[in-house]
Structures are given as structure tokens and as C-alpha cells.
Design a protein around this ligand. Sequence first.
Ligand code: PLP
Length: 406
Amino acid sequence: MKENDQTNAVAAVPDQDGHFGPYGGRYVPETLMHPLKELEEEYFRSQQDPKFQSRLQYYLREFCGRPTPLYFAERLTESLQGPRIYLKREDLLHTGAHKINNCMGQILLARRMGKRRIIAETGAGQHGVATATVAAMFGLECVIYMGKLDCERQELNVYRMKMLGAEVRPVIAGQQTLKEAVNEAMRDWVTNVRHTHYILGTAYGAHPYPIMVRNFQRVIGDEAKRQILEREERLPDLLVACVGGGSNAIGLFYPFLEDKSVRLLGVEAGGQGIEPERHAARFQGGSLGVLQGTRSWILQDEHGQIQRTHSVSAGLDYAAVGPEHAWLRDRQRAEYDYATDEQALTACLKLSRLEGILPALESSHALAAILERAPRMSREELIIANLSGRGDKDVHQIAAHLSEGS
Ligand SMILES: *Cc1c(COP(=O)(O)O)cnc(C)c1O
């Protein structure tokens, strides 16, 4: 293969319509085709613009708190008697999770496009809070769609968003959770697209969202690579991250894709076990389908009806997975496993007590996979786990679990 062909082979995924092999693409109403193309063009222009890049760097550093540490988890490592475990501390970012990396990138893009109004969907409220935060910071109008049930379950985040000046619109349709909130946000966008930008919260949806969000999150992997090379003078053997839509995982994995010695492990929500409607592990019970703008692995019944999902962590509780993960799995570049609610809660408490770090229940799924695998790995090996968020938001749920258990 000539060098040129190789470059083309890499550049060909995704293709110009956002297809990763059979996945991805742009399945939207006709009225959104033009705005998506406009967004794509402006996004690619911003990537080539040093001023845009340095402004983004500035706010990531000064406002969000980057770079985040790559922390050696000494007592966790000792207790498992296996590989050296490092934690990428995205939990230390402003607003408590990796979501702000993407929000900061997209709001700078929205400003560049002259948009005055920001909308977003949110499930647990983490993406809503991050969006309301950057909107407040730049003085843009902000509307957040959130399922009514989620509003009740995550009341604290609803108040946070309101304090930040956002309008929270509860969505009454269907199961009144994330999927319905996305539908409403898309409906709003169709109507108001001239002056409105939709900040989608994960590496999902119609092209260019999956690659745009990935690229705004790849800062996680870029930093981690530099940091591990400084600390250990070699690449890690295994990267582990939880997978909801897939943005924190792809953000960590992406800069390592060409490093074939680095194994990649994504961990989905196994909920109460792999039975229909009891989990959100798309690669376990799912099949190929189209949902909310893209084609990927989806939890659906034999008639194509989207199934209910369950996870103790609201951030992983979604019926579809980002298209690039489906592609990486097909090519066997990344492996996907799941952790149950119970395993995640155990891992959450273990990290809290061994390391003095309260992880989000989402991130605890990644930790659960490490608890299972590390004892079977060699002490010479290195693991990096993405600590996508902090657990403060989950304290009620964890407390309920503790009192059940005792
Ligand atoms: C939203 C969220 C996730 C899941 O989203 P991804 O796009 O899969 O990263 C994971 N962890 C935390 C802390 C979150 O808030």
C-alpha cells in the first residue's frame, strides 16, 4: 500500500456522510439536512483556525480546570495485586464530569456561527448543567429538555440549571426520560435552527455530532498519553471507560487507536442482568437499527420498538450506543463488556474507601470491570481507567443501597 492510500484509508472512516462502515450517517428530517451541513462546514473550519483552537484551550484551562491529573491509585493497585492502575481524573473538572469539554467546544462554535440561543437534552441532568454553565458564562439564552420523570429523580440538577439561568422544559411524552427529551430538542431545533444551536451531549446522533463530540473529548486521551509516557515511559496495556452514548470512552480511546499494543475496553450498564428492559448493554441484547439520527446497536424488540432500559446510573441508561463504538467492536479494535448495578455499587464503595475518591456510578462501571480483570493480569502491566465524573450526584442512591445492604 502506498503511503497515500493508507492516509486515505484512515480518512475514509467516517466517510463524508459520517458512516463508520454500516454505522452512523444522517437520518434526520429534510429540514435538518442543511443546518447539519452548515454545522459540519463551520466545525471543520474552526478546526483549522488557530484562534478558535487557542480560545478553546484557554477556556478548558482557565474555566474547566484542564489538564486533569493522571493519578496513580496506589492502594487500589495493592489491594488487587495486579497491574498498576492509573485514574484519569475527569471528576475534578468544573461541574464534575467530562461533559464540559464538549459543551465548551460547542458553545464556542455556536458563537462563531452567530447563534443566540442554546438548547440541549439531558437525562440525569449532568449534560444540562454543563450546558447551562457555558451558556451562562457567555450570556446566551438556554433551554434544556428533560423527561418529567428525570426532573423528579434529579431535582437537584433541575435547580442547578435554573440557578444558572436556564429554562428547564419537562417532557411529558412516552417514558418521560432521555429519549423523549432528545425528540423534543430535535423538534425545537427544526423550528428555531436559524438562531439556535443544539448542544448534543454525547458521541451520538446525526453526522457531524459523533466525530465533533469525539474530537472535543479526545483531549482526555491526548493528555493521558502524554502523562503516562512521562510517568512510566511507556504506553499503557489497557484503557477502560464506561459507555453510555460513548463520549468519555471514545475521548480516551481515540488518540490510542493506532497503538496496537494498547487494548481498549468499554463497559456498558448491565443493570439487573441481561434480560429485556433490565439493562442498557446494547452490545448484549441489541441489534442494528436507526434511532435519533444515526444507525447503530440499539435495544429494540422484534417490531423495532425501542425497549425500556434500566441502570442504576442515569448517564448510561440509553437504548443506543455511539456508531464509532459499533465500528471499533466489529473491527475487534475495542472490546465491550458490562457491569451490573450491584458490581458498580461495590466498585464505587471500594474506590471511595481505598482512595478517598467518590466516583460517579457511571465511572464505577469501568472500575467494576477492573476489579474483575486486574487480579488475572500481570503486575508489569499498566491500566488507565477514565474517572468520567464525581459521585456527589449519586449519594442518595448509594445511601439507599447501603441501608438495604445493612
Ligand atoms: C453522561 C455521563 C456518562 C455517559 O456518557 P458518555 O457519553 O458515554 O461518556 C458517563 N459518566 C458520567 C459521569 C456522565 O455524566
